[in-house]
Design a protein around this ligand. Structure first.
Ligand SMILES: C[S@@+](CC[C@H](N)C(=O)[O-])C[C@H]1O[C@@H](n2cnc3c(N)ncnc32)[C@H](O)[C@@H]1O
Length: 296
């Protein structure tokens, strides 16, 4: 080796080949930020996905490599871009009446006694804890309306939250392309969606369904302002992106927010593990009932 070759700084090997240099060090920094900000565990097998989703951001920002992108998102002016990175790297896939057995369980087992109590002045509280663009809480709202068309006059509320402000803003509008309505039973669709004359091919969810839901941003690994309990919590298809420890902490935080007999609906490939597992009993497919309080 010549002396000049020995002095030349070595370019680190790319982790993914492409337009922008993306090294293992860049991947590690991005994975650490995603874990710290949102609890999301990014395994190295996701390197190509990370590259392709963030390459658009580098292009938009006029950057030429991931090292500069990492410096930007980690820096004092990086908050806005950190949110964009989070939105780009989270999966928002959802559908109306996804895993329909949960809504059947809600309709047949959970809601009847709660709605009877609501008609005598009681409260009904549900939480959709990673609601994405809103299909999950609107499915719950239509299920409630199918049993209690006057639900808007009762004390019934659904809290719907997500970490991503963009999906929360979309969800709040209640506007969807007609092509996304496939899971909604026909009579529900007729009753609680209205074609929008101003936006051909789109519908809006009916006011009586929208009135039941409050949408807010909330990070499941951050602080939760809620003090009151929920009769049922939907936390589906988000814990799967967290590592085991973060998942266990999440289940333990739900337990005190449910009364005995309160239900927790989780995603089809998720399971309750850690200290909270002893508190929950199965009550159907990926449906759990709080059977005992969490020991402190
Ligand atoms: C695959 S979607 C699931 C949507 C819906 N629950 C369902 O099952 O159809 C996952 C959602 O979790 C959200 N998410 C990811 N990390 C989160 C966190 N730390 N706190 C709250 N929401 C989070 C994402 O923004 C995304 O909208």
């Amino acid at each position: 080796m010549t002396a000049s070759a020995a002095l030349k700084p070595r370019t680190p090997a790319p982790m993914v080949e492409g337009e922008f240099l993306f090294t293992e060090d860049d991947f590690r920094k991005i994975a650490a930020m995603m874990h710290g900000e949102a609890g999301i565990a990014l395994h190295e097998t996701k390197a190509t996905l990370v590259y392709s989703r963030l390459a658009k951001r580098l292009r938009a920002l006029g950057l030429s490599n991931f090292q500069d992108y990492c410096a930007l998102v980690a820096g004092p002016d990086g908050l806005d871009e950190r949110q964009k990175m989070l939105a780009a790297l989270t999966t928002n896939v959802t559908r109306f009446f996804r895993e329909p057995h949960h809504f059947e369980h809600l309709r047949d087992k959970v809601l009847p006694p709660l709605l009877a109590a609501a008609k005598s002045g009681g409260k009904v509280r549900l939480w959709s804890a990673a609601c994405s663009s809103g299909q999950e809480p609107y499915s719950a709202a239509m299920t409630i309306l199918s049993l209690a068309p006057d639900a808007a006059n009762l004390d019934i509320k659904i809290l719907a939250t997500d970490i991503d402000p963009n999906v929360v803003a979309d969800a709040r509008t209640g506007i969807y392309a007609e092509s996304l309505l496939t899971g909604i039973p026909d009579d529900y669709r007729r009753r609680w969606t209205t074609p929008l004359a101003a936006r051909p091919g789109s519908v809006q969810i009916a006011d009586e369904a929208r009135a039941l839901i409050t949408f807010n941003e909330l990070n499941l690994i951050g602080d939760w302002p809620m003090k009151r309990r929920f009769d049922a919590i939907f936390c589906r298809n988000v814990a799967i992106y967290f590592d085991d420890e973060t998942q266990a902490r999440l289940w333990s935080r739900f337990a005190p927010l449910l009364p005995r007999g309160g239900r927790l609906y989780i995603g089809h490939s998720e399971r309750i593990a850690g200290p909270a597992a002893a508190c929950f009993e199965p009550d159907g497919i990926t449906t759990y009932r709080l059977a005992r309080e969490l020991a402190r």
